[in-house]
Write a protein that binds this ligand. Structure first.
Ligand code: THU
Length: 136
């Protein structure tokens, strides 16, 4: 079970990571923090490009970094979008990619700069995952 304090701390790291985002085009910084099975935390930021379609989301960058470090199971995810007041959830592509490495009940928290935060799970964010049975 992930405790509230752990999610608070995970979110704080996502918020801190967002400062490193490279988002000169959208001016919409995103920071993501993954709690890995071994207790370590891996962060990622969005990295944009002047060829807009090549931009990479913070969540997928965090996942790719974690896998590169040999971590393939994520217990929780936090996403910070400090340039929006309201919480902004992960995009559809990121939901699919993250579900590869997370159990459906793994908690996901996201919040902007305002007081609202959303606490969900990867399963709730990607319901009726038709490929679930193919998962390793
Ligand atoms: N972005 C993310 O990093 N994660 C999401 O889940 C939504 C969108 C980034 C992509 C782009 O750099 C900027 O936010 C605006 O779409």
């Amino acid at each position: 079970m992930i405790e509230k304090l752990q999610m608070d701390s995970l979110f704080a790291q996502a918020r801190q990571a967002a400062e490193m985002a490279y988002a000169p085009y959208s001016k919409f910084r995103v920071g993501a923090a993954l709690l890995c099975e071994d207790g370590s935390i891996v962060t990622g930021v969005n990295v944009e490009n002047r060829s807009f379609g090549l931009s990479i989301c913070a969540e997928r960058n965090a996942a790719a970094t974690a896998v590169t470090m040999g971590k393939q199971k994520f217990e929780a995810l936090a996403i910070s979008t400090p340039d929006s007041k309201k919480p902004v959830g992960p995009c559809g592509a990121c939901r699919q990619v993250l579900s590869e490495f997370m159990q459906p009940d793994a908690p996901v928290r996201f919040a902007g700069s305002g007081p609202d935060q959303v606490d969900s799970t990867i399963g709730d964010l990607l319901p009726w995952d038709s490929l679930y049975e193919l998962k390793g």
